[in-house]
Design a protein around this ligand. Structure first.
Ligand SMILES: Cc1cc2nc3c(=O)[nH]c(=O)nc-3n(C[C@H](O)[C@H](O)[C@H](O)COP(=O)(O)O)c2cc1C
Length: 192
């Protein structure tokens, strides 16, 4: 695939992954997802540096967002909020992952993931990558679906359960690989 930047044609990958990150955890996970799906398959974007136009070139999109400050949206996503709310996601398929701390912020676990999901879904996206809530301990989350058995995306906790992250990433990447679907084979990654 390709797009034009001014009059120059540049290649774009099949998938775009947009992330925001204050302390680097979400950024590091973004790289680990890209390593699994394939470096050639995923273009990575820090949401601090993007415009709405960057969304237009892709119909397969991954979004990564941590929750901060008792249920708040990470700062770069917050600055981009009005813009992302007005992207037309119809015809696009979106998978999401969120980072949080289930013991430190058990009443607000992954809230920003839930808030971003609701905006993107309302804007017409086909949502994939929903993930079981089994194996986490917390009291409340805006990333819960109504029956509380699923999160609206992959939940990761680098503060309390970093030892579970590699296996969760392996399983979730297999899941979204099938759900998008993607043709290129998954990479076999050992990144514990
Ligand atoms: C001051 C502070 C507030 C936080 N608030 C929440 C919260 O409300 N909900 C949650 O799930 N995690 C919360 N976290 C945990 C972060 O989401 C977690 O550390 C995450 O990995 C940070 O990602 P980043 O390094 O990409 O910014 C908080 C962490 C800190 C230090």
């Amino acid at each position: 695939m390709s797009r034009f930047v001014g009059s120059t044609e540049v290649a774009v990958a099949e998938v775009a992954l947009f992330y925001g990150s204050d302390d680097g955890n979400t950024e590091s996970i973004a790289h680990r997802i890209r390593a699994r799906l394939g470096e050639e398959v995923v273009d990575l974007f820090d949401v601090a540096d993007v415009t709405q136009l960057d969304f237009e070139n892709y119909d397969k999109i991954i979004l990564g967002i941590p929750t901060w400050d008792f249920g708040q949206i990470q700062s770069d996503w917050e600055e981009f909020w009005d813009d992302v709310s007005s992207v037309d996601f119809s015809g696009k398929t979106v998978a999401m992952f969120g980072l949080g701390d289930q013991f430190g912020y058990g009443d607000f676990f992954l809230d920003a993931l839930g808030m971003l999901h609701d905006v993107v879904k309302a804007a017409g996206a086909r949502m994939i990558g929903y993930w079981p809530t089994e194996g986490y301990e917390f009291d409340a989350s805006k990333a819960w679906l109504e029956d509380k058995s699923l999160f609206v995306g992959l939940g990761l906790d680098e503060d309390q359960q970093p030892e579970l992250t590699a296996e969760r990433l392996n399983r979730w990447c297999q899941q979204i690989h099938a759900e998008f679907p993607l043709q290129s084979p998954l990479q076999d990654i050992e990144d514990q």
